[in-house]
Design a protein around this ligand. Structure first.
Ligand code: MRU
Length: 344
């Protein structure tokens, strides 16, 4: 079921504050670019497609600021785009959406600030509506890969909370359930920020889908003992050769799936494929604050001053990926070839 992850209301961006889930289901309203950037940096809105949509609306807010402050429109919008681009480096949807808005401004040269703002809003609404449609298409294509009784293991949250509709990896689950299949999901809790246990478990539970939370370290045993039919995850950026950057832990899960001969599927929109990066080594990986690990559970969980390494994402090499599910269909084997066809 879709959740109102992001909505445009009264010239402002309304977001579910995902940092409060599952304790509290509450919203924040972003009325300035600073608030949008803060929401992205602190994961109040997160997940690659949702970050892209939020950034697109962030540029509309920048336009409104320029008009209200009587500032140089193009300069203020360009500065705001730069600010939004510095929030998180890995999910390419952020840059993809910002580039679309940059083009809108460039093509609107000579028009009034009010007209430019309206065009930016139209583009943001289009990105939002397209994402909804794309989630459904990914769901339809992916559901065909699941049998009538399936148990799926997923990592992080690639559901309604990460998109404008009902997700990418979880779209596969929702669409299969809608098609009358019986699907049970194991959700990795996803350390350090627990998107699996806080968000995936929350939204699947809201939708009445059978979900069981496991610690990340249980995945091997679960793959061996619990008849997992497939692993389905989302992506933050996919290189031209099919290497996949996704939440830290995804690579380990792909290795485990391979060892247990369980298909490993990646579901993502075309906007997550970065044709400018030949392979995964070129994908920038975000490193986040050490406190996410040393004070992760609301209490001190590591000694004072200890060294911490906290990459938010990892790269799964293409040979561990059984198939990539997009709105255009399912690619298997030679990803470069399928992508080239889709992007033609
Ligand atoms: O750090 P996050 O919560 O933004 O990471 C999200 C993920 O890794 C998702 O799997 C990915 O963005 C796909 S969302 C459809």
């Amino acid at each position: 079921m879709p959740v109102p992850t992001l909505t445009w209301e009264n010239d402002a961006l309304r977001l579910i504050d995902q940092t409060s889930l599952p304790e509290a289901y509450q919203f924040i309203v972003c009325r300035d670019v600073k608030a949008v950037a803060e929401a992205i940096v602190n994961l109040r809105v997160r997940g690659a497609p949702a970050i892209g949509v939020a950034a697109a609306y962030g540029v509309v807010i920048a336009a409104q600021e320029a008009i209200a402050q009587n500032a140089d429109f193009d300069a203020h919008v360009a500065k705001s785009i730069q600010k939004l681009a510095q929030t998180r480096p890995t999910a390419v949807n952020l840059f993809w959406a910002l580039e679309r808005q940059e083009e809108v401004v460039a093509e609107a040269a000579g028009r009034s600030p009010a007209e430019k703002r309206d065009l930016l809003l139209k583009e943001a609404q289009e990105i939002f509506e397209d994402d909804k449609r794309i989630c459904r298409q990914i769901g339809r294509h992916g559901a065909e890969l699941l049998s009538s009784r399936s148990t799926v293991l997923t990592h992080c949250n690639a559901g309604g909370l990460a998109t404008a509709d009902y997700g990418t990896a979880l779209a596969v689950v929702y669409a299969a359930v809608e098609a009358g299949k019986q699907v049970a999901v194991y959700a990795d809790e996803t350390r350090p920020l627990l998107q699996g246990s806080r968000l995936t478990a929350w939204e699947l539970n809201q939708s009445g889908v059978d979900v069981t939370v496991i610690c990340d370290s249980m995945a091997a045993a679960v793959l061996r003992d619990k008849n997992i039919d497939s692993v389905v995850v989302g992506a933050d950026r996919i290189a031209k050769n099919g290497d996949v950057a996704n939440k830290i832990g995804t690579y380990g899960l792909a290795l485990l799936a391979h060892a247990h001969q369980v298909p490993f599927y990646v579901a993502a929109p075309l906007s997550t494929i970065d044709m400018k990066r030949a392979s995964g080594v070129q994908i920038p990986i975000e490193e986040r604050a050490t406190e996410e690990i040393t004070r992760g559970m609301g209490r001190q969980t590591a000694p004072n001053g200890i060294q911490v390494y906290n990459p938010a994402f990892d790269v799964t090499p293409n040979h561990l990926v059984t198939a990539i599910i997009t709105e255009k269909g399912v690619a298997k084997g030679n990803y470069a070839e399928a992508f080239a066809r889709w992007f033609e």
